[in-house]
Ligand binder design. Structure first.
Ligand SMILES: [Zn+2]
Length: 184
């Protein structure tokens, strides 16, 4: 998954959870700044891709590094839970939700050496793929596991934006990251 898959599917997951979850999670999601959620949905790639590009020779083509490990999610979740409980501040927990969901969407269980880093060793598995941009374009053009989630994610983002615009909430959302519930 590249960009819209992560953004759109994370947004859809948060909105669905808001409807079906118990009061604790619902309370958190109602308080959530969706701009932070969307940032979290891209955080593992934002953290890892620049490092992988800068230190190509060290990481041997691997582009999923520390941000794609369970350890990264657990540390964010612990920090987020502490801030939520102690200071009623939801930001880091929302970021953790987005980042953990990113790892799920990336199917990190297929790459246990990275997911469980550093249990199986300090290095990340080398990847042979040539030019990264070319690799992405080829995946988008030929791999249904890439172009279907990307198209679905883009459709969800467009739908959400149109819905906000029709409710005249777009400016409010951009400023606050929140959707006004009816009556507010
Ligand atoms: Zn990723």
């Amino acid at each position: 998954m590249i960009l819209f898959g992560h953004l759109g599917l994370t947004l859809a997951a948060a909105e669905s959870l808001k409807r079906v979850s118990g009061p604790g999670l619902k309370g958190l999601l109602q308080k959530a700044d969706y701009r932070i959620l969307l940032l979290g949905s891209l955080l593992p790639d934002l953290a890892d891709k620049p490092v992988a590009l800068l230190f190509k020779n060290i990481f041997m083509g691997a582009s999923r590094l520390y941000g794609h490990t369970l350890l990264f999610s657990i540390l964010l979740l612990i920090m987020g839970s502490y801030l939520w409980k102690r200071h009623n501040s939801a930001g880091v927990l929302v970021l953790a939700f987005g980042a953990t969901f990113h790892q799920l969407l990336d199917g990190m269980w297929n790459n246990p050496a990275t997911m469980l880093w550093p249990i199986q060793g300090w290095s990340f598995p080398a990847v042979e793929r040539g030019d990264y941009l070319q690799y992405l374009i080829q995946k988008l053009a030929t791999d249904p596991l890439t172009y279907i989630p990307e198209s679905a994610g883009l459709a969800i983002m467009v739908y959400f934006t149109v819905l906000l615009a029709r409710k005249k909430q777009l400016a409010h959302f951009i400023k606050s990251g929140r959707v006004r519930s009816p009556g507010q």
